[in-house]
Design a protein. Structure first.
Length: 146
């Protein structure tokens, strides 16, 4: 359960988004070295997990609903964004930007959702793939983001 204990000091995200994001990415790097099974059902033994599910079925339903809602949101974003990528020459405009400006935009893209609700920043722990290096990786011919 060590991955739940985020220990890196965080800069104020409203003052220094770059340092704030770096603290998250440092945490994610530490977690990469943890054994994979630590992430299985948050380390709760099967016997206890089964007992919890039986005694609190509404908790499981609530988590399933939240998961469905997130998937619907992701699909909505994809359906909104894909046509614009094709018609607005997003890739060309993106590549024309200065690398520092692209990084600034990515920091803002990570920052904005963290301000959307009282616990949204804390939810980032469940998204270890949301890092500047991962967002900068070559994806489907979409290279050189940063």
């Amino acid at each position: 359960m060590a991955f739940l204990n985020l220990t890196s000091p965080r800069s104020d995200k409203r003052v220094d988004q770059s340092a704030w994001n770096k603290s998250w990415e440092d945490d994610f790097k530490r977690y990469e070295s943890l054994p994979p099974d630590i992430f299985d059902d948050v380390g709760i033994p099967t016997k206890i997990r089964t007992s919890i599910d039986a005694r609190f079925p509404q908790t499981r339903r609530s988590l399933e609903k939240q998961t469905r809602d997130i998937c619907v949101l992701q699909q909505d974003i994809r359906n909104y964004a894909l046509p614009r990528l094709a018609t607005d020459d997003f890739e060309g405009k993106w590549k024309e930007l200065d690398p520092d400006r692209r990084k600034e935009i990515l920091h803002e893209a990570l920052y904005k959702p963290s301000c959307a609700g009282p616990d949204m920043e804390d939810h980032r722990r469940w998204c270890p793939e949301m890092t500047i290096p991962n967002l900068s990786a070559e994806l489907g011919g979409f290279s050189s983001i940063c």
